[in-house]
Design a protein around this ligand. Sequence first.
Ligand SMILES: *Cc1c(COP(=O)(O)O)cnc(C)c1O
Length: 389
Amino acid sequence: MIYLDNAASTQIHEDVLNSMLPYLKEQYGNASSIHRYGRMTRKAIEKARKQVALLINADPSEILFTSGGTESNNTVLRGIFMNNSCNHIVTSSIEHDSILEPCKQLEKNGLIVDYLPVDQFGTVDPSELKNNLSDNTCLVSIMFGNNEVGTIQKISEIAKICNERKIPFHSDAVQAVGKVTIDVKELGIDLLSISSHKLHGPKGIGALYIKNGIKMDPVILGGGQEHGLRSGTENVANIVGFGKACEIAKNNLDENMLYVKKLRDLLIDKILHEIPEVTLNGDPRFRLPTNAHFTFLGVNGEDLIIKLDEYGIAASTGSACSVNTQRASHVLQAMGFSHEQIAGSLRLTVGIFNDEKEIEQTVIFLKKIVQELRSFSPFKEKYSFVSKD
Ligand SMILES: *Cc1c(COP(=O)(O)O)cnc(C)c1O
């Protein structure tokens, strides 16, 4: 198998798994207990908090553990909304569903949400943001790197605009953390969402960075864990594994970034040169080093994925989440793509466990599959590049 769906989830790192095992066996104490079982797990949690903080240059006291990216995003939107008397949030039209869906729900509760448009590369114009801010704006939430097309936003420019107006700025950085350098202090980010399973950690765990001084209400109430912001007995094994994954990502960041970028560029280069009538989507320069996203005209992306799977290659049409709901990608729609362009889209996302041989093999199979699917296409008459025999 060749796994090229690293934006959907990643293989757990061996050292991460090993770091977790004691907490699934003998270290089963509740971290709130006073006895040594409790003290041991508490210590492990606080070590992990430091490891997560270090990866984004935050203070450990600014890290809140959650069940993942989805919960972190929900926590920000609801927590800020409930804490403030203001009624206006600005986000973008290409956010993950875990931002868009809570926004929709809060709109029913009186929140006004502006969804900023993007250009054909999937980029938000910071001056557009400026024009949409008002005295009532209590949050700006713009993602760091897009999960479908990989476009990286002008985060420091956006943060600067928000900082000047003293409006909290949140970024869903689930796709970017561990892949690109992120320094929340230098960038001026107030709130940041992270997910463990996108960076070779376990699923069901993540974090929200909350800059000291930012006020929000708790969404999950109970025993008062996580400074009262997220009650519930801590998932110690997952927290430990997540911390380890962050430490590994931090220690190998530059090297990994270069490695995946080289593989990704090879993939893009080969596909654009060896397969006719294909376009690269997203920003060619400002993109996640792991992401490649294409449109193959005259091909149905879902057929492509099924065929690729038969050849042992795991790929995706867009985000794993929207596949379940079977609707056209809202990201590609916002970028102004036609229905046909959306239908022919394919996302290939590389990771540190891929190698050059896999990339070459993928292009060989992909070329064959695209050719085959195009020859069956009901629209083949429309495409000059399809042989009509
Ligand atoms: C995967 C993803 C999420 C959701 O994270 P989970 O930990 O799977 O809940 C949120 N935002 C983006 C951009 C993602 O890619």
